[in-house]
Design a protein around this ligand. Structure first.
Ligand code: HEM
Length: 439
């Protein structure tokens, strides 16, 4: 097929349906689902100045992430995320990417993370200490606090609580900066407030790098490991810290907030999770260990099902570096390609009742024993660019959920919640819950 051969896109009728989805459901995700249902696993969005190709389904995912990965780059200089993260792992390609990955991997190994469970419990407790005996909390806010404190303590070896309030708005500002927006078609658009936010976060990060260098520390957290590497200057370390801080806390925040929303709206699932936590880890903080966590099998299914329905990274972004053959079509060089994790996770060919919350589908006998093809379920991506923090995120989620369920009863308050495409797919405007401390 030549470059002129159009990729599948919406005909007039599908265009009308997409418009209806947009107007009625006011959701870009609903529009994408309509495109997928009517056009297929590969389709092009044909908007003025924005014409990415969306791909989904196990075969296309595998090609993009593994077999054909060398035909796709990550880095796009004009993208806000590249401007923010500089030479961070997330936005590097080729040899630089492989080298950084090798340097960062040890601090996020499963073994290393298993040794941090006690710290994760302790940081969760610091947030819970401020919860009322019986009152309301927005779980989107509370889970962000927990995720930030845990990440900064375990991976950077710093107590972030004294800085949380001061850096809260700057961090949210940086997240807005990289969220989808007009900048995609207008990279030079003015972004008021952003420079100050970046300055505030940078000052903090360069500060902890300097302190760690001065301390000549021999610790095994990520920051200590990075400052010991002779090839790493402060700016390169800052790029990795900011990458990990952003990628590692906003995703966990979204996951945990969605778990609360889904458990809150499915009381039977909540009751089962509570019963399992009581039976497996009891009431004491010390009950949550590397040995007990794997026995929280239902909680594990709840986390997996939440990641299926609301994958925090719902789409992965690439740029073709040559013409790419995919599903019988030619994607031209230099084209933005997005692999949609969200659409893969709700693909009717691979999931029974894809829109339903059914944690049991991840049980051993799930889906009548049907084995789903790999790359159908990929909340952490796949191949050499898969999520470096996947082990950390899964252990952390279980620890935080178990610790909260040990100490509190939670009830969802009546509210409208919708998935918002920010830096991650998060529940907006938040997840309001009544929290009641157990006696
Ligand atoms: C529920 C939590 C998380 C989810 C759902 C998630 C999801 C993902 C996905 C889908 C990718 C691949 C994106 C792509 O192919 O373009 C990715 C990459 C990445 N994630 Fe995560 N992530 C989570 C937590 C974390 C944590 C805790 C960290 C760090 C502590 C982290 C750091 C990163 C980094 C640095 C990359 C880029 C890896 C590379 O390019 O080699 N993530 N994540």
């Amino acid at each position: 097929m030549s470059k002129q051969t159009p990729l599948p896109f919406a005909d007039a009728q599908t265009g009308l349906h997409v418009l209806q989805a947009l107007l009625q459901q006011r959701s870009l995700l609903a529009a994408l689902e309509t495109m997928h249902a009517e056009v297929g696993d590969i389709f092009q969005v044909t908007l003025p100045l924005f014409d990415p190709v969306f791909v989904t389904g196990p075969e296309n995912n595998r090609q993009l992430l593994v077999t054909g990965r060398d035909q796709f780059n990550w880095r796009t200089e004009s993208d806000a995320v590249t401007k923010l993260l500089g030479h961070g792992l997330l936005v590097e390609d080729g040899g630089n990417h492989a080298c950084l990955r090798h340097q960062l991997d040890p601090a996020l190994s499963k073994k290393q993370v298993a040794g941090q469970i006690g710290q994760m419990v302790a940081e969760t407790d610091r947030v819970l200490a401020n919860w009322p005996a019986d009152g309301e909390r927005d779980m989107l806010v509370e889970m962000r606090k927990v995720a930030l404190l845990i990440l900064m303590q375990t991976l950077f070896g710093v107590d972030f609580l004294p800085h949380l309030e001061r850096l809260w708005q700057p961090i949210l500002q940086l997240l807005r900066y990289i969220s989808p927006g007009l900048w995609i078609i207008w990279p030079e658009m003015p972004r008021p407030g952003y420079a100050q936010a970046q300055q505030a976060v940078d000052d903090y990060l360069f500060g902890i790098i300097g302190e760690r260098r001065a301390a000549g520390d021999t610790g095994d957290d990520m920051l200590s490991r990075l400052v010991r590497l002779p090839e790493m200057n402060d700016k390169l370390i800052r790029d990795q810290l900011l990458t990990i801080m952003i990628a590692g806390h906003d995703t966990s925040t979204a996951l945990l907030a969605w778990v609360w929303y889904l458990l809150g709206s499915h009381p039977a699932a909540m009751a089962r999770a509570v019963a399992e936590v009581e039976a497996v880890v009891g009431q004491e903080a010390g009950g949550i260990t590397a040995v007990s966590l794997p026995h929280l099998t239902y909680l594990d299914q709840v986390i997996k099902e939440t990641l299926r329905l609301y994958p925090p990274i719902h789409v992965g972004n690439r740029l073709t570096n040559c013409p790419v053959q995919m599903q019988g079509h030619t994607i031209p060089e230099g084209m933005r390609v997005m692999y949609s994790i969200y659409l893969s996770h709700r693909h009717p060919a691979y999931w029974d009742e894809p829109q339903a919350f059914q944690p049991e589908r991840f049980g051993r006998e799930a889906d009548g024993g049907k084995k789903r093809p790999s790359f159908t379920y990929l909340p952490f991506g796949g191949g050499p660019r898969n999520c470096i923090g996947a082990a950390f995120a899964q252990i952390e989620a279980k620890v935080v959920l178990a610790r909260i369920l040990q100490q509190f009863r939670l009830e969802l308050l009546p509210q409208e919640v919708h998935p918002h495409m920010g830096a991650t797919l998060e529940p907006r405007p938040g997840v309001l819950m009544r929290v009641i401390r157990k006696q």
